[in-house]
Design a protein around this ligand. Structure first.
Ligand code: BG6
Length: 494
């Protein structure tokens, strides 16, 4: 290979991403069933102080109160999203104006199978997504579909405790077969599960597991069972996809938690290695079809048990993924001593315990900003697994000021330009990257904190945390900047 070949290729997929439960709204329109995320209320900063974990981990009592209309909460932002359900044509036209080559979005399982148990899918759900795909195609935008971006039919969570149960595998397969039958002629890229590692970090959020109802010996076993069941469901989906079309590409996605050791003290280095192993074992399964050996010790020492049979082991081995996708927001710092908790219910939404990193700035939500970490991550993951990478999410959640129809978001441009520069450097380092879908294509409801005021988009949507606003769309300064980046294939960054 010539050194000059180490550059962003002309086929590189530039674009943006969203998730159904954060943009669509219309939570009870056209027969849609209730999803596990539709029942999560908005918690004020005051309320968050008394909670632990992500706000999306709600207790069984809180859930039942919501379902039985016995809650004092009346604000459910994910039920509204930013009303993509009505605005999708306008939104995709704006994505096309930016020059998107790819649009990553997810499908709400509950639009096709409202409870998950129906025999046949709802045609209205299929038609909606057919229209979304057609709209992308009209502008030459490649759709990249996430089959499950966390949410699942609430009824599956209620009746089977979500992904803890093996029965959920077949319900998911019924759903993904419909997606592949209906859309594989137009959709080449598929991610079965968004950020698979979230199920261990936040069991309800990632696995629809209600902790009070676990069937396993402890919550960690229930979560590992869920992860394994998701791997099996994805393998069955990949197997089916490959049986009906030969050009489909399947990606395994994780939330990348690039972790530094606090010092060069060997004990700190070991702590960082262990964090790394717990973050990449998903990729081991995706790339080799086998669980890594280091996991055995972890399972035994933490009394974790989950059921995996011979047939499943073989299935994983025979259905290796085509690419490795990940979200990258920030880096973490660990040491052998007990870390200060950052997932502390204060509403910052960081994913694992971390020490402070004095060398990097932090965002409005306290997330470290580290573009060099992004280059390190890209190198580390590609060197280890040698499968093409896809940056499925990267972006900055910030407060935007809306004045006279303008949003001057230079902080977002700074964040993204540093990260895209790091991406360009990683490609020069020899890393193979298929595409980059910034988080987010358009403002949406925050996943972790349920706020509208934590904005990520290139397009501003005029609506607040309480659903007040016109829902009109406005181009931010970053919109014009990203358009230039795409037009120049990443050359025009600053
Ligand atoms: C990722 C999720 O973990 O992080 C997205 O896949 C989410 O759904 C994103 O929106 C940013 O997190 P948050 O909590 O700021 O929305």
């Amino acid at each position: 290979m010539n050194r000059n070949d180490y550059k962003i290729e002309d086929t590189f997929l530039w674009g943006g991403a969203t998730a159904a439960n954060q943009v669509e709204g219309a939570y009870n329109i056209d027969g849609k069933g209730l999803s596990t995320f539709d029942i999560i209320p908005f918690f004020t900063k005051e309320e968050l102080k008394d909670r632990t974990g992500l706000p999306s981990e709600i207790s069984e009592d809180e859930m039942l109160a919501v379902l039985n209309n016995k809650t004092s909460h009346t604000n459910f932002p994910k039920r509204r999203g930013t009303n993509f359900y009505s605005y999708f044509k306008e939104d995709i036209a704006l994505f096309a104006e930016m020059g998107y080559k790819v649009y990553r979005f997810s499908i709400a399982w509950t639009r096709l199978f409202p409870t998950g148990f129906e025999k046949l899918p709802d045609k209205k759900g299929i038609n909606f997504y057919r229209s979304v795909i057609a709209e992308c195609k009209r502008y030459g935008i490649e759709p990249l579909i996430t089959m499950s971006h966390y949410e699942m039919p609430w009824v599956i969570s209620d009746q089977l405790n979500g992904w803890e149960s093996k029965e959920t595998i077949e319900l998911f397969l019924k759903y993904t077969k419909v997606l592949l039958d209906e859309f594989s002629a137009d959709v080449k890229y598929w991610i079965p599960f968004n950020e698979m590692n979230m199920t261990l970090i936040s069991p309800y959020h990632g696995g629809g597991i209600i902790p009070e109802r676990i069937r396993s010996n402890n919550i960690q076993s229930a979560s590992f069972q869920a992860v394994h069941n998701q791997f099996v469901a994805a393998a069955k989906t990949i197997n089916y996809g490959r049986s009906i079309a030969n050009d489909l590409q399947f990606g395994c996605m994780i939330a990348r938690l690039e972790t530094y050791a606090e010092t060069c003290k060997p004990e700190d280095q070991l702590a960082a290695l262990k964090e790394e192993q717990m973050n990449v074992f998903y990729y081991e399964v995706a790339a080799t079809g086998e669980y890594p050996r280091y996991l055995d010790r972890y399972l035994i020492e933490n009394t974790i048990e989950f059921e995996k049979n011979e047939a499943e082991v073989k299935l994983l081995k025979n259905n290796i993924y085509d690419f490795l996708a990940f979200s990258y927001y920030n880096t973490y710092v660990v040491s052998e001593k007990k870390n200060e908790k950052t997932v502390d219910g204060k509403g910052n939404g960081n994913l694992i315990d971390s020490q402070e990193n004095p060398y990097v700035k932090i965002s409005d939500w306290g997330w470290p900003i580290d573009s060099i970490g992004f280059r390190i991550t890209l190198n580390r993951l590609y060197d280890k697994f040698r499968l093409p990478l896809f940056v499925a999410e990267n972006g900055l959640g910030a407060h935007d000021t809306f004045e006279n129809g303008k949003i001057h978001d230079e902080y977002r441009i700074d964040y993204l330009s540093d990260h895209i520069e790091a991406l360009t450097e990683a490609v020069k380092d020899g890393v193979k990257v298929l595409g980059y879908t910034a988080w987010t294509a358009i403002d949406l409801v925050s996943c972790g904190t349920n706020e509208m005021s934590k904005r990520y988009g290139f397009i501003y949507v005029d609506v607040d945390d309480y659903g007040k606003g016109t829902y009109e769309r406005y181009r931010k300064d970053s919109f014009y900047w990203y358009k230039e980046v795409i037009a120049s294939n990443g050359e025009s960054i600053k």
